[in-house]
Design a binder for this molecule. Sequence first.
Ligand SMILES: N[C@@H](CCC(=O)N[C@@H](CS)C(=O)NCC(=O)O)C(=O)O
Length: 225
Amino acid sequence: MAEVKVFGSWGSPFSRRVELALKLKGVSYEYIEEDLSNKSPLLLKYNPIHKKIPVLLHNEKPIVESIVILEYIDETWKGSSIMPEDPYQRAIARFWIKFIDEKFFTAIWKASWNEGKEQEKGMEETWELLTILENELKGKKFFGGDNIGLVDIAASFIAFWVEVLQEVVEIKLSDEDKFPTLHKWSEEFLSCEVVKECLPPKDKLFAFFQARKKAITTSKSMVYK
Ligand SMILES: N[C@@H](CCC(=O)N[C@@H](CS)C(=O)NCC(=O)O)C(=O)O
């Protein structure tokens, strides 16, 4: 029987993506929690370049970078596809994932961990990008159509993590009135049993973001003193 291991971290949207894809495919795996402040020799061996989680280990072969892993999972295990069949639609899905990972994460991080003008700029960028996603989703249940697909998995950060993050940083990032389609998608996505199994505990995530906020505020006040 194939041996499948996932090296992850409980609060990471990237390793949760991998777990969700494996669960959607019905693949059993062993989960190994990494302490990112004290990385294990195995993590450094399997991902020597980025030294990051997630790592998927399939029969001792490591695969890194969450999106690369998701595509590998889709191609390796049968069962319901998470990538579209059609090459053009596959290209479009890859485009949106790149959009989320490169543009959206940058903007929301800028809005969340800055103050003043920089934060305002980040918020405006975040809203602009959410508007684009809102329009892309119109008329569809999921980004993947009737079923959860690669883009939905990549966007799970928007459905769950953003809600918790905005409570901690006390700015409204994803507003139900502004983005009704995205809000409906979030509710639909988060109500799936398999998705629920792959989400971190809300209170633990809240405390994690709060600790990060405190650390950033403390380091800024030390610089300005
Ligand atoms: N592009 C990577 C991002 C993975 C990532 O940022 N992982 C973080 C945890 S959320 C990590 O391992 N950080 C450890 C570090 O940067 O030292 C992916 O999609 O897998």
